[in-house]
Design a protein around this ligand. Structure first.
Ligand code: PEP
Length: 250
């Protein structure tokens, strides 16, 4: 079964890069990415957003941040706001990545507030959800994901966001969810959103994230509710990232 939703492949560079390395990576991406097909997004560390915005000028690659404040301005040392990200050229912001939730204590309520702030400024939030291995082992995957989605529903326009299902146990571990495991959770997310907004659910882009690489991407993308990928490690290698983008176009 195919859907009319255009696929999106997003690269989360995490806390990696230098001016020189970013320049090389973007040049290689511009040379190797297919001219059309899936939408492409890269999310460099905040200090490099302006550099990468310049490098991407005139290209079809969109720019996103890895985090965004829930506040627009004020006494929030070390934070950056959605209006600032818009001004610097971002169209997207990752929100609630598991590393933010685990290492920096972001709750689902705060993630919802950040999502709301991003939408208000005209950014497309890429909201991450996903269970840990103990939660999956306990059969709690759906309950965990529903709990993470809960504060968003009724608060934000679900038609304006992208959701990334990223099982925590698959992020950076080399262990990928099987296409069937991922599809089951994507279907659950779409049904959950559909219960409050059927039109938003039908159009909702739901990415899979967790050790996606050039070898496993095509099988994941063949699932009816998997609309692309959020890619960490492999997004730092132009050849691998370009292969994932090509896999999304078929
Ligand atoms: C991520 O950081 O969102 C991610 C999915 O990382 P990796 O592809 O390295 O597992």
């Amino acid at each position: 079964m195919t859907s009319s939703r255009r696929k999106l492949v997003a690269g989360n560079w995490k806390m990696n890069g230098t001016f020189a390395a970013n320049g090389e990576l973007v040049a290689a991406l511009l040379a190797q990415l297919p001219r059309d097909g899936a939408s492409v997004l890269v999310c460099p560390p905040a200090p490099y957003l302006q550099q990468v915005a310049g490098l991407l000028t005139g290209s079809r690659i969109a720019l996103g941040a890895q985090n965004v404040s829930e506040f627009d301005s004020g006494a929030y040392t070390g934070e950056w706001s959605a209006p600032m990200l818009r001004e610097i050229g971002c169209s997207h912001a990752i929100v609630g990545h598991s590393e933010r939730r685990t290492l920096f204590g972001e709750t689902s309520e705060r993630v919802a507030a950040k999502t709301e702030a991003a939408l208000k400024a005209g950014l497309i939030p890429v909201v991450c959800v996903g269970e840990t291995w103990p939660e999956r082992s306990a059969g709690a995957t759906e309950a965990v994901v529903a709990g993470q989605l809960g504060p968003l529903m009724g608060r934000v326009n679900m038609a304006g966001i992208v959701i990334a299902y990223e099982p925590v146990w698959a992020i950076g571990t080399g262990k990928t969810a099987t296409p069937a495991e991922a599809q089951a959770v994507h279907d659950f997310i779409r049904r959950k959103v559909g219960a409050v907004d059927a039109a938003a659910a039908a159009g909702l882009t739901i990415l899979y994230g967790g050790s996606v690489n050039a070898g496993n991407a095509a099988a994941l993308f063949s699932c009816p509710d998997i609309d692309g990928a959020l890619v960490g490690g492999a997004s730092l290698k132009a050849q691998d990232f370009a292969a994932i983008v090509r896999a999304a176009a078929t």
